[in-house]
Structures are given as structure tokens and as C-alpha cells.
Design a protein around this ligand. Structure first.
Ligand SMILES: Cc1ncc(COP(=O)(O)O)c(C=O)c1O
Length: 308
């Protein structure tokens, strides 16, 4: 039918003839014809020869090999994303000298407790196999509320927490809901490229803010009237590593209040400190509700979880 050997309205071979031609049982051919009839390719009726459906207009069979994608134009957002240069992914091959950052020591992953917890959850909470709240599992959000208070000094309700597929999705959501193409955003320079790309994809204007050995230089935050947000990594500036001191934190909060802007706090590895207690998140000293805090399980457990 696809290559035109059998034409619309024409007869198809009898089950007996086809079974003999292919050396298979008639039952097999009958099952195939029933399936073709159910899908509308052929029409069968008791005591009548089967025919190819009369309205059948099959496209020419696809040619082997890759086909060019259809030339339908992308949206403005799609075109911006299409033209972005993103960092190459690691090949996964072990290297002699590997400077890849953010890798987790596989042998430190609590594989056994993880498996036990997973199994227990599956057995005890069958209802979790059904749709849950879009903002994430209630029990997980409650557990995170406690964890964030203990580990990061951050006080919030479980209802304020949204579970996402890692920081990347949280940053992307912030970009989409907070920025329009005519807006501007302040961003650490140098900073985390994967976050910058999310904000750039909205079409908003990038306003780079220099970073020095104390982190984001808050004296250089833009007073531009279109600025809607600043993205920052105060616990451990990415990529230079500084921890933003309290004076600059306060200045940053004053700037956000003055400009009515959001502060996107990316706390990707805030839990990690050698030999000293990690300092509290910026969110912990925000009295105006201007800080949107982003945390991830990628650094403490595994990026494969895609959980933040
Ligand atoms: C600055 C920064 N933010 C966030 C992340 C983690 O991203 P995700 O949670 O999407 O895995 C990383 C990981 O390398 C990072 O360097």
C-alpha cells in the first residue's frame, strides 16, 4: 500500500494465498488483516474479498537516512535559544588530568540506604504513584523546610518551597516569570553561564556587575530603571569562590528594596565549607521578601537526580 503496489479500493490477496506466499499460518495472516482493518487500511466483510480502503492516500514511503527538519520558523524565544553557544558536555571518558568541577565521589553516595528508602516508600505510599501537587511532594517540602532552617538558617513555610529538576529549572522558571524582553537583569561577571543563558533567552538586556575578591561588587549594581533582578552566588561565588561579606549582603538587600528588584540567590554548594560552619543563606537576613533562594541536590547527592 505504501509504495503503491496495492491501490485504494483494490483487492488484497486472500489469507490463504498470502499465508502460502510467506510460508506462515493462516491464523497469522488473519490476525494481520484484522489489525489492518481495525486501523482503517483495509475493509473486510463476511463472504467478501478484502479491499484496500477507498480513501486511503498514503504518502510516499520515507527514504532511508536523515530527513531535513521542516522549515517552520521558530518563535523569537526559540531563535534566541537556537543561536546560543553552550559549554560542551564531558565525553564521560576518564581523563588523565580531569579539572571537571562539581563531580560527586560515587563511592560516597549512600547507595544502600537510598535503595532501602526507595523500596520502603514504594511499598508504604502506593498513592505516590499517582499525580502529586505540581509544586512537589508535601512530605519532601516539609522535610526541606526543616533542613533549610537547620543547615542554612532559612525560615520559610513548606508552602513557599517548590520542587524542581535542579537549579537549572528553578533559574529558568525565575527568568520566564520575572523578565520581559524590554527588561534588564544584573548578573555577576564572571558568572555561571548556564544561568545567564536562561535570562538571555527571555530577550531581556544583560547588565554585567563586576566580581572582585569579595564576590559581587555591590557598589556597581545598576540603577537602570528597567532592571528587574540580579542573579548572584553569595555563599561561594561562581567561578571565583569568594564568600560575600555581610556589608555587601546588606547593600545588596538595600539595592533590591530601592529598585523593587528580585535577588536570585543560587546556593548551589552553600553546604560545603572546610572546617567551619557554612554561613547562613542571604535569604536568612532578608526582611523584605526580595530573595528567591535556589538550592540543589546535585552537589550533595548527584546531578543525576535532577532535584532541587
Ligand atoms: C553556579 C551553579 N549553580 C547551580 C549548579 C547546579 O545546577 P543543577 O542543580 O541544575 O544541577 C551548578 C553546578 O555546577 C553551578 O555551578
Amino acid at each position: 500500500m505504501a509504495d503503491g503496489t496495492l491501490v485504494a479500493g483494490g483487492t488484497v490477496p486472500s489469507t490463504r494465498a498470502l499465508a502460502a506466499a510467506f510460508g506462515v499460518s493462516r491464523t497469522t495472516v488473519t490476525a494481520v488483516y484484522e489489525q489492518l482493518a481495525a486501523e482503517g487500511f483495509i475493509v473486510t466483510a463476511a463472504g467478501r474479498v478484502a479491499r484496500v480502503a477507498s480513501q486511503l492516500a498514503l504518502a510516499a514511503p520515507p527514504k532511508p537516512g536523515r530527513r531535513a527538519p521542516p522549515q517552520t520558523p521558530l518563535s523569537a524565544y526559540g531563535r534566541r535559544v537556537e543561536n546560543m553557544v553552550l559549554p560542551a558536555l564531558s565525553s564521560g571518558q576518564p581523563l588523565q588530568l580531569d579539572f571537571l568541577y562539581g563531580a560527586v565521589a560515587a563511592r560516597d553516595f549512600p547507595a544502600l540506604p537510598w535503595r532501602r528508602a526507595h523500596q520502603a516508600a514504594l511499598l508504604q505510599h502506593q498513592q505516590r504513584l499517582y499525580y502529586g501537587p505540581p509544586e512537589g511532594d508535601v512530605a519532601l517540602r516539609r522535610a526541606l523546610q526543616g533542613y533549610l532552617a537547620r543547615a542554612r538558617g532559612l525560615l520559610c513555610n513548606a508552602e513557599q518551597i517548590v520542587i524542581v529538576h535542579g537549579s537549572q529549572q528553578a533559574i529558568d522558571l525565575c527568568a520566564r516569570v520575572l523578565l520581559d524582553p524590554e527588561d534588564a537583569f544584573a548578573f555577576e561577571d564572571p558568572g555561571y553561564l548556564m544561568a545567564r543563558r536562561c535570562f538571555e533567552a527571555t530577550g531581556a538586556r544583560l547588565l554585567p556587575v563586576p566580581v572582585d575578591d569579595l564576590g559581587l561588587d555591590t557598589t556597581q549594581l545598576p540603577e537602570h530603571r528597567a532592571v528587574r533582578l540580579v542573579y548572584t552566588t553569595p555563599s561561594h561565588q561562581f567561578p571565583l569562590g569568594a564568600m560575600l561579606p555581610i556589608g555587601r549582603r546588606q547593600e545588596l538587600l538595600r539595592w533590591a528594596a530601592r529598585r523593587q528588584a528580585w535577588i536570585i540567590e543560587d546556593d548551589y554548594d552553600g553546604e560545603f565549607r572546610y572546617g567551619q560552619r557554612p554561613i547562613d543563606a542571604l535569604h536568612a537576613i532578608d526582611t523584605q521578601g526580595r530573595v528567591l533562594y535556589i538550592g540543589t541536590f546535585s552537589t550533595a547527592l548527584s546531578p543525576q537526580l535532577r532535584l532541587g
